[in-house]
Design a protein around this ligand. Structure first.
Ligand code: PLP
Length: 413
């Protein structure tokens, strides 16, 4: 009798070669044990046993592959790493305890004192702090530039520039970077081009196809998609990932097997969720633009968005996050937010539940007034991470915000 495959193995990558990201999201990387379970197994164990003292020695010596200790080898975590690597089209992934740990591990492994980083001003606020406050202490200097202004990138380059770091599209204003242009600049200066692909996920955008050397994810957002766990992952070529893995093994910002398992379940539905997020966000952006109390809507799916054509070239969908300005200032923005009843007031994003937040006093609250102005984070700006609820119900809830604005203006509130 012949078996389709040996027990206890990954589905061989060669069997899935050339398959679409939708299929890889469901199938890639699974480890099936001798129990022949259909769903992914979870391995909540800190260590692993050996058949003999000699085998233990071979494992520790690196002569025999296999599990040793869950700080750096856990089968559930490896299944998650293999799946996301396949989806991004990268050679190897290293999972971490959070998105920030993924960025830290990348920098600790691949930069050294004296190196220089150029980073987009529009990155996640904590990424900004990590570079500006902590990496600076260890002699890594960072210059922040406008994401879409190539002349700023070019003039920031120094002989010691070793990394270009971006997010595209940005949070909350949905600016889109020209990845091929930035890749060209990185190549010409022997620097690594790192893309935080959190907002699009590999379902909507595959940065390796546009010249990225390394892709970073906060798995906390869309990869989980249901707001359950914190985690992250770095994807890239074997040679670079060996260094990132080495840092993880030595420093320990490890993803727990339970969280890896939740992310594996999340990835299975990622393609259909991303399509639902995109459909709802585009419809909502268009609707918001027709509202008398809205000044401006920021969403790359709108045809008059300055990088609409670029977004269409790089992305297969425009994503689930949009923002808009209401007529007025902070009080009007807060009145709008407070009037919603169903939508959650939280700064998290990438959840199937729609969330609403005021960037100027939450996610971007630490920026100085000048930095806020430069980044376009105005007091009347509202961000929505559009979930997968029925679009008519989202409009009904946001309509409560517009009614509140009307009442506010008439002085009845
Ligand atoms: C949330 C986020 C991070 C940080 O991820 P954590 O999992 O919260 O550590 C990094 N980049 C982007 C774009 C994010 O949205």
């Amino acid at each position: 009798m012949t078996y389709r495959r040996e027990e206890h193995v990954l589905i061989p990558e060669s069997d899935l070669e050339g398959m679409s990201v939708d299929t890889l999201a469901v199938r890639a990387g699974q480890i099936r044990t001798g129990q022949l379970e259909h769903s992914d197994a979870i391995f909540p164990t800190s260590s692993f046993v050996y058949g003999s003292a000699a085998q233990a020695a071979a494992r520790f010596g690196g002569e025999e592959p296999g599990n040793i200790y869950s700080r750096f080898t856990n089968p559930t975590v490896q299944a998650f790493e293999s799946r996301i690597a396949a989806m991004e089209g990268g050679e190897r992934a290293v999972a971490t305890s959070s998105g920030m740990a993924a960025i830290l591990a990348t920098c600790m492994a691949l930069l050294k004192a004296g190196d220089h980083v150029i980073c987009s001003r529009g990155v996640f606020g904590t990424t900004n702090v990590l570079f500006q406050k902590y990496l600076a202490k260890f002699g890594v200097d960072t210059t922040f530039v406008g994401l879409t202004d190539m002349s700023q990138w070019q003039s920031a380059v120094r002989p010691e520039t070793r990394m270009l770091f971006i997010e595209t599209p940005t949070n909350p204003l949905c600016e889109v970077a020209d990845m091929e242009a930035l890749c060209g600049l990185a190549r010409a200066n022997d620097a690594l081009f790192v893309v935080d692909n959190c907002f699009c996920t590999p379902v909507l955008q595959r940065p390796f196809e546009h010249g990225a050397d390394i892709i970073i994810h906060s798995a906390t957002k869309y990869l989980d998609g249901q707001g359950r766990c914190v985690g992250g992952v770095v994807v890239g070529p074997n040679k670079l990932m060996e260094e990132v893995y080495g840092f993880l093994r030595s420093a320990g910002p490890t993803l727990s097997p339970f969280n890896a398992w939740v992310f594996l379940k999340g990835l299975e539905t990622l393609p259909i969720r991303m399509r639902a997020h995109c459909d709802n966000a585009l419809e909502l952006a268009t609707w918001l633009r027709g509202q008398g109390d809205v000044d401006q809507v920021f969403y790359a799916g709108l045809p008059d968005h300055p990088q609409h054509e670029l977004a269409k070239r790089q992305q297969s969908g425009f994503g689930g996050v949009l923002s808009f300005t209401v007529k007025g200032g902070r009080e009007e923005a807060w009145a709008f937010i407070d009037a919603t009843r169903m939508i959650s007031i939280t700064a998290n994003l990438g959840d199937v539940k729609t969330t609403i937040t005021h960037p100027a006093t939450t996610t971007h609250g630490r920026l100085s007034p000048e930095d806020k102005q430069q980044a376009g984070i105005t007091e009347n700006l509202v961000r929505v991470s559009v979930g997968i609820e029925a679009i008519e119900d989202l409009k009904t809830d946001l309509q409560r915000g517009f009614e509140a604005l009307e009442n506010y203006r008439q002085g009845t509130v």
